[in-house]
Design a protein around this ligand. Structure first.
Ligand SMILES: C[S@@+](CC[C@H](N)C(=O)[O-])C[C@H]1O[C@@H](n2cnc3c(N)ncnc32)[C@H](O)[C@@H]1O
Length: 546
């Protein structure tokens, strides 16, 4: 693309002003925004422009002319892996960056001023903290490779040792690559949708040391499985479970719905605090067990329970937060969409002798309005949604239920700020915000927020009929603007709200009423071209909306 400000393949000198949300340096050339992965604020660098969009460009770092005092030598030797965006930034500066990201979203999106936002709680050792590794597998030069994708690409960077994973995952990846190579196991080709071996997942329980290996395949079985099990048993200490996960779909989603046990148990066990949890391959379990204790303690503190409260834990996964809360509350309802996670949650409650908790399978935005309809009103509601944030139907129900406290646990400051804005406008006050570093050396930020009802004596201050609650919506909540930004940034194309609506409707997602689409696809209404449809579909995938 020709652009008056910058030219592709040309070298420039740039001053970096700040860090973008994905950890890239951001500066301006001729008043035009340029993202430079690897560059830091305060640095002056020589870069080559590698991509030019209408509103911004990407530069490749050639040489640092003036270095930031926050720069550190990354401990990892992989230069092009897209896994850790901030390893070149001192840990102290990473924590500041994460706090600033939260402040920016709260001010820019939620438009809230004078909110207490604490410093990010970091880790003593910000390496080897993950309890779950999940790598795609592919073939390069005739050999299997596994690792993160290079940034903005589907090229796998073969990772012999990943410094944010437990050492056991390095060992398991090596064993499976060797087993696949020597036994001529076919490897999945993403473009063709053919081949057997797709992904490897390794989970290790921090406290018990138990290890689970999941082999994700585009098929129903693997040849030479006895050899694989023998190799794993011989070399992996505390191997508790080897499973096959069947994923025959042409999709970016890693795990399929069907799992078969090849060896040992279908679950592994770990502890958070003194609570014991069963974890199955499909269930969500926080990946940083040390910081999970910090996060949950904060959530419990914010819930401020006396033993008399009815609590709802929306998006409860395997019931971890629910069980933490149950010991201090009268009754807890946990709601989660993944059925095996709810089965684990029920088992977890039994094994921890906790009986005042009820787990319900379903979408929070459908189940919780239904509970409200049945007359159940929570005193405290905890939400811990995926990145796309809370569905509006759930937020409406929270506003109608008017609990005295809402605790919002979030892994995306943008959607968090959007939802806080809604809650502030509908009866709640944001009291304080605590970022917790769950994902050191990456650009991801986890936050826990305490909100209280603005008028504590007026329980139902929002006149909201249940008919208004769109409890059937399956639509998640990346905004149209977020989808447009994604498409612009990744495909250099502008897409209209109309086109997004058309694609969402085609995919069976509901459309916000404000777009007021015609009942039939009138020939006079412009139709989304295929290339834009593909880009929008990718964005919807990215935001986990499909
Ligand atoms: C960020 S995780 C939180 C899990 C749990 N609170 C924890 O700390 O382990 C989000 C969870 O929401 C679940 N989920 C996603 N969409 C959902 C929905 N619409 N309704 C209920 N649960 C949903 C996911 O399966 C996942 O378990």
């Amino acid at each position: 693309m020709v652009n008056a400000a910058v030219e592709k393949n040309k070298d420039y000198i740039i001053k970096i002003d700040n860090l973008g949300y994905e950890g890239e340096g951001v500066g301006r050339i001729n008043n035009f925004t340029v993202f430079v992965p690897g560059a830091l604020p305060g640095e002056e660098a020589e870069i080559k422009i590698v991509k030019v969009n209408k509103n911004f460009a990407f530069g490749k770092l050639n040489k640092i002319i003036k270095q930031s005092s926050d720069r550190t030598e990354p401990m990892c030797t992989l230069k092009r892996c897209g896994g850790c965006q901030l390893m070149h930034l001192s840990y102290e500066a990473q924590l500041k960056f994460k706090k600033q990201r939260v402040i920016d979203s709260i001010e820019r999106i939620a438009k809230l001023k004078d909110v207490i936002i604490y410093d990010t709680i970091g880790m003593e050792n910000p390496y080897r903290y993950r309890n779950k590794a999940q790598f795609p597998i592919s073939v390069q030069n005739g050999k299997p490779v596994a690792g993160f994708y290079a940034p903005r690409s589907h090229e796998i960077i073969d990772t012999l040792s990943c410094l944010i994973q437990d050492e056991v995952s390095d060992k398991v990846m090596d064993i499976i690559k060797k087993w696949a190579f020597y036994n001529d196991i076919s490897i999945y080709d993403e473009a063709a949708g053919k081949g057997l071996l797709r992904h490897i997942m390794v989970r290790k329980a921090l406290r018990t040391g138990e290890v689970m290996v999941a082999v994700i395949i585009n098929g129903y079985d693997i040849p030479h499985k006895d050899k694989l099990i023998a190799m794993l048993k011989e070399q992996v200490e505390s191997l508790k479970s080897v499973v096959l996960n069947i994923n025959r779909e042409v999709t970016n989603v890693v795990l399929g719905q069907e799992t078969k046990v090849l060896y040992g148990s279908p679950t592994i066990t770990d502890y958070i605090g003194d609570l014991k949890f069963n974890i199955s391959p499909l269930s969500f379990f926080q990946v940083n067990p040390i910081q999970t204790e910090v996060l949950y303690s904060k959530a419990l503190e914010y819930a401020n329970l006396t033993g008399e409260e009815t609590v709802i834990d929306a998006y409860c996964g395997t019931g971890t937060i629910s069980l933490f809360l149950a010991r201090k509350a009268k009754k807890v309802y946990g709601v989660e969409i993944v059925e095996p996670a709810i089965e684990n949650a029920k088992k977890n409650a039994r094994e921890n002798n906790i009986s005042n908790v009820e787990f319900i399978v379903g979408k929070s935005e459908e189940v919780i309005p239904e509970l409200y309809k049945q007359g159940i009103k929570a005193d405290v509601i905890v939400v811990d949604p995926p990145r796309k944030g809370c569905d509006e139907a759930l937020l409406k129900t929270i506003a109608a239920m008017a609990p005295k406290t809402v605790v919002y646990v979030s892994c995306d400051p943008g959607t968090l700020a959007r939802d806080l804005k809604y809650l502030e406008e509908n009866g709640f006050k944001v009291k304080e915000i605590q970022p917790v570093d769950m994902f050191p050396v990456t650009s991801h930020v986890e936050t826990v927020v305490c909100l209280s009802r603005k008028n504590p004596d007026d329980r139902i201050e929002i006149d909201l009929s249940l008919d208004e609650l769109d409890i059937t919506t399956a639509e998640s909540k990346a905004t149209y603007e977020e989808i447009k930004d994604y498409v612009l940034k990744n495909h250099s194309m502008k897409v209209s709200s109309l086109y997004i609506s058309q694609v969402k409707r085609k995919l069976g997602l509901e459309i916000g009423t404000s777009y007021n689409l015609p009942k039939s696809e009138d020939a006079r209404v412009p139709q989304c071209p295929l290339n834009k449809e593909k880009a929008i579909t990718e964005a919807l995938n990215h935001f986990s909306m499909i």
